[in-house]
Design a protein around this ligand. Structure first.
Ligand code: FES
Length: 406
C-alpha cells in the first residue's frame, strides 16, 4: 500500500472474472471449475473401505491418476502405478521384501515410504541405478473406516482433520455407508446433490419421502460461512443434534426454552433475545456443500454426507455416509434402522435416482432458472477457493496452471 491508498482484498484475477460474470450461461465464467473435469487438486479423497486394502497391491484411479495402494504391517501406502523402467503397473507386482513393492517385470523394488528405488533384483544389490530413481508417492490417512489419499501439486498436505466436516473429527459416531463407482462427471454429481430444484421433483417417487419430508425449497435462503455454503429453511421447524455440542434448533429455537441437553453452544443462553435473522444465519442449515465436493444433509437425529470423488472426467466414486453421534446402547437403534431400511431406501432407491440423472446430464451450454442459484453459489465458492490456492502455492514457490477465461 502506497501513498495511503486503501488495500484491496479482491485479487485482480478475481475482479476481472467477476466483471465477466453477468450474462454468462456456461462454465467459462468459472475457469477453474470448468478445467476441473478430473477434480480439484490439493484435497484428501476417500477411495474405499480400509478392509479393501491389504498386502496385495490394488490399483485405483483418482483424479485421472493411476495409483497403487498397498498395506504393509498395518500402514497403507500409495505410489504412482507406473514403473519408471518400462511403464508396467506396479499393482501387477508384489511384495518381495517388507516395506517395499516390486515390479513384476524386472524386479525394480521401491521403498513404500519414500518411493526410492531400493533394489534392482535383476542387477544385484549394488546396481548403480539404486538411489537414482524415485517413484512419486501420495500421502495416505485412514478415517471413518476408509482410506483417504491426498492428491496435490507437490505441496505439503494440510491435516485431513482440517478438511473433514468438523463434527466428524474427534467425535465417536456410528456410521452406515455405501461406496459405489458411478458413471458421469463428479461435478454433475455434486451439483445434483446440492440442486435446490431436484429434490421435490426427481425424488417425488422415492419411498424415502414416506419417512422424511423434503425441504421447502421455495423458502430457502443461501448463506455462506467459512468453507461451507448452506441452505436455510425459513419456515420449516426441526431440530438437529450436533455431536459434542448439544442441540440446535432452526427458527423455533429462539422461541423455545433451551432443551436440557444443550451444551456449550455459546449464545444459547440468550437465545430468546436473539434476532431471528441472526439466529437463522448462525444455524448451520439443512443442506450444505463444501470443497472439494462434499454434500452434508442434516436430519433431526443424524447427518448424511455425500463425497463425490473424481475418478476421471467420466466417472466418479459415490461415497455416501450416514453418521449418528449417540453413544452406547442408544446408537444401536440407528444402526439397526440403517441396515434394516435406510441402506435400501436412501442409499439405494433414492440415491439411484440421483445416479441416473448424473449419467444423463449434459455439459454446458445451459439455461438456468431461480433455483439454480444454489449451483451458482457452489461454483463461485469453488472458483474463489481455487484462486486462493493458486496464490497460496505461488507464495511457496509452486506454480500451478491457471485456466484462462475464454
Ligand atoms: Fe518395471 Fe522393468 S518395467 S522393472
Amino acid at each position: 500500500v502506497q501513498n495511503g491508498e486503501k488495500a484491496t482484498t479482491t485479487p485482480p484475477r478475481r475482479k476481472q472474472r467477476a466483471a465477466r460474470l453477468p450474462g454468462r450461461q456456461d462454465w467459462s465464467s468459472w475457469p477453474h471449475y470448468q478445467a476441473a473435469a478430473a477434480g480439484f487438486r490439493g484435497y484428501w479423497y476417500p477411495v474405499g473401505y480400509s478392509s479393501r486394502f491389504t498386502g496385495k497391491p490394488r490399483q485405483i484411479t483418482l483424479l485421472g491418476e493411476k495409483i497403487v495402494v498397498i498395506r504393509d504391517r498395518g500402514t497403507v501406502y500409495a505410489l504412482k502405478d507406473r514403473c519408471p523402467h518400462r511403464g508396467v503397473p506396479l499393482s501387477e507386482g508384489n511384495q518381495q521384501f517388507p516395506g517395499t513393492i516390486s515390479c513384476p517385470y524386472h524386479g525394480w523394488t521401491f521403498d513404500l515410504k519414500t518411493g526410492d528405488l531400493a533394489a534392482a533384483i535383476t542387477d544385484g544389490p549394488s546396481s548403480p541405478i539404486c538411489g537414482k530413481v524415485t517413484q512419486p508417492t501420495y500421502p495416505v490417512e485412514e478415517r471413518l473406516g476408509m482410506v483417504w489419499i491426498f492428491v496435490g501439486d507437490g505441496e505439503q498436505p494440510h491435516p485431513i482433520d482440517e478438511q473433514l466436516p468438523e463434527e466428524l473429527v474427534g467425535n465417536a459416531a456410528v456410521v452406515g455407508s455405501r461406496i459405489q463407482p458411478r458413471e458421469g462427471n463428479w461435478r454433475f454429481a455434486c451439483e445434483n446433490g446440492y440442486d435446490e430444484g431436484h429434490a421435490k421433483y426427481l425424488h417425488r417417487t422415492a419411498l424415502w419421502r414416506l419417512f422424511k419430508p423434503m425441504p421447502v425449497w421455495n423458502e430457502t435462503r443461501i448463506i455462506q460461512r467459512g468453507r461451507w455454503i448452506y441452505r436455510v429453511q425459513d419456515k420449516q421447524y426441526w431440530t438437529a443434534d450436533f455431536p459434542g455440542l448439544g442441540r440446535w434448533d432452526n427458527q423455533a429455537w429462539f422461541k423455545m426454552k433451551p432443551p436440557k441437553q444443550v451444551g456449550n453452544i455459546g449464545n444459547t443462553i440468550s437465545h430468546r433475545e436473539t434476532n431471528p435473522v441472526i439466529a437463522a444465519q448462525e444455524f448451520p442449515g439443512f443442506a450444505s456443500v463444501s470443497m472439494p465436493g462434499v454434500l452434508r444433509i442434516v436430519y433431526p437425529t443424524f447427518i448424511h454426507y455425500e463425497f463425490y470423488v473424481p475418478v476421471d472426467a467420466d466417472n466418479h466414486l459415490y461415497v455416501g455416509v450416514m453418521a449418528d453421534f449417540r453413544r452406547g446402547w442408544r446408537a444401536l437403534p440407528f444402526y439397526a434402522k440403517y441396515l434394516g431400511f435406510v441402506r435400501w431406501l436412501f442409499h439405494g432407491q433414492f440415491s439411484a435416482q440421483d445416479k441416473w440423472m448424473v449419467e444423463v446430464t449434459d455439459a454446458p451450454p445451459e439455461k438456468l432458472y431461480r433455483p439454480d442459484d444454489s449451483l451458482l453459489k457452489w461454483r463461485k465458492l469453488a472458483e474463489d477457493t481455487c484462486e486462493d490456492r493458486v496464490e497460496r502455492l505461488a507464495g511457496q514457490g509452486i506454480t500451478v496452471t491457471v485456466p484462462e477465461v475464454s
